[in-house]
Design a protein around this ligand. Structure first.
Ligand SMILES: Cc1cc2nc3c(=O)[nH]c(=O)nc-3n(C[C@H](O)[C@H](O)[C@H](O)COP(=O)(O)OP(=O)(O)OC[C@H]3O[C@@H](n4cnc5c(N)ncnc54)[C@H](O)[C@@H]3O)c2cc1C
Length: 401
């Protein structure tokens, strides 16, 4: 197996843990070390903005691995940040000063939240990425806070829905013309805005945060049109950036994440990347992309391991149809593909109240994206069709079947 004796995986979350599991499944018998900045064992993030902040799931249910870690024969270094990489020497320097040598390296450091340019450190202003963030938000929701969510992307909208499900007063503020305008386009954005409004969320679009009011605790958000939203809890959900600062000064190419080729290999031999942090050329869509969703992290972990362990010249391209889900109130939104502004949008089925919608995005007759509300089996079929470069006519047949 490439003569490798020791593989290091940096980032002990979804992609990192799955990579360790795939390494052992591939019968690699050398040493494996998993390094993670968080002190918790790898846990699942999607429930954080849903069951966890609503108080419906405890920490144990989030564990990404229920079986023993002993079976994996992995050295766990948790609560340890990788500070820098010397790929020439094959060494990772941890913040503690410890040096971890490796022959093969998997970078799975994921992403970290963006904050507003002038975000003050008032109590009551939160972001949501980690379990600790979620527990702090849950505690505030239990105090019956009035909630302002800044950013109507998926995390923001899930937080807004969860808080509303707890019966709280919720305002969601978005700078663009509709929620989800970038990911789904304004037409579907408006439909989802309506779904939130009908369930009692106040949605303010086309407005930016000017400043926050309050002394020690946050009391209000002032918007650029001069209006004010009174609140006790603010959740800022304005997106993430790839966690690559520890690679500064290393030889690994970084450009909107770790720059990989189509096999998930970086420019440095013996170094691959997977998950939110990896930017790669996806031959299926003939473009470079980086995907910040759960399924991608698992699929890339498997593929990055196979690339790392492949004989020279044998690594295969990672051709993938990105997909994600988001749960908001009683709507399970699922999407597959990689639509772009300018693609043709066909709303193929729309039940009463939009709870059974399917939307298709096509480009020159080829279906490149699909969104389904509450119809998982259809989405699975449509994802497969997108992977086969299928046409809009075939997609419509799936919708009607
Ligand atoms: C609240 C929330 C809800 C979500 N809901 C959904 C959903 O419904 N559907 C969906 O498809 N996706 C969802 N996602 C996205 C999904 O969870 C991510 O795509 C997935 O976690 C990516 O996994 P990852 O392992 O690549 O990165 P991450 O989960 O970001 O993990 C990276 C790990 O690396 C660690 N790390 C970073 N830098 C260093 C360093 N220098 N040294 C050591 N460790 C380091 C980090 O602390 C982190 O633990 C959600 C995300 C969040 C935050």
């Amino acid at each position: 197996m490439n003569g490798m004796k020791r593989i290091a995986v940096v980032g002990a979350s979804l992609a990192g843990l799955r990579a360790v599991e795939f390494i052992r499944r591939a019968k690699f018998e050398g040493e494996v070390v998993l390094i993670g900045e968080e002190k918790h064992r790898p846990y699942d993030r999607p429930p954080l903005s849903k069951e966890v902040i609503r108080g419906e799931a405890d920490q144990e249910r989030l564990a990404l691995r229920r079986k023993s870690y002993d079976e994996l024969n992995v050295e766990l270094k948790l609560g340890q940040r990788a500070q820098s990489l010397d790929s020439g020497a094959g060494e990772i320097l941890l913040q503690s000063g410890e040096v971890v040598p490796y022959d093969g390296l998997i970078i799975a450091t994921g992403s970290e939240v963006r904050v507003l340019p002038n975000q003050p450190s008032l109590q009551g202003i939160h972001v949501l990425r980690t379990l600790d963030d979620a527990l702090a938000i849950r505690a505030a929701l239990q105090r019956r806070a009035r909630v302002a969510v800044i950013g109507a992307g998926f995390i923001g909208a899930e937080v807004a829905a969860s808080a509303r499900q707890l019966g709280l007063e919720v305002t969601m503020i978005e700078a663009l013309e509709t929620p989800f305008a970038q990911s789904l386009g304004p037409r579907l954005g408006r439909i989802l805005q309506g779904a939130h409004e009908r369930r009692g969320v106040r949605v303010l679009c086309g407005r930016r945060v000017d400043r926050f009011g309050g002394g020690h605790l946050v009391e209000s958000v002032w918007l650029d049109d001069g209006s004010r939203v009174d609140c006790d809890l603010v959740v800022v959900g304005i997106g993430v950036t790839p966690s690559v600062s520890w690679l500064d000064g290393s030889e690994v190419d970084v450009e909107d994440g770790v720059r990989c080729d189509e096999t998930l290999a970086t420019n440095v031999p013996g170094v691959v990347a997977a998950g939110d942090v990896a930017s790669w050329y996806n031959p299926l869509f003939e473009e470079r992309m980086r995907v910040e969703h759960w399924t991608n992290a698992v699929e890339q972990a498997r593929h990055a391991v196979s690339t790392l362990l492949a004989a020279p010249g044998e690594a295969k391209p990672f051709e993938s149809v990105p997909m994600f889900w988001s749960d908001q109130f009683d709507i399970k939104i699922q999407a597959a593909g990689k639509p772009k502004p300018g693609d043709e949008l066909t709303i193929a089925r729309r039940g009463p109240g939009d709870e059974k919608l399917i939307a298709l995005y096509s480009r020159a007759g080829r279906v490149v994206g699909a969104v389904a509300f509450n119809q998982p089996p259809k989405l699975v079929q449509l994802r497969m069709l997108i992977g086969k470069r299928g046409g809009l006519d075939e997609a419509l047949k799936i919708v009607d079947s």
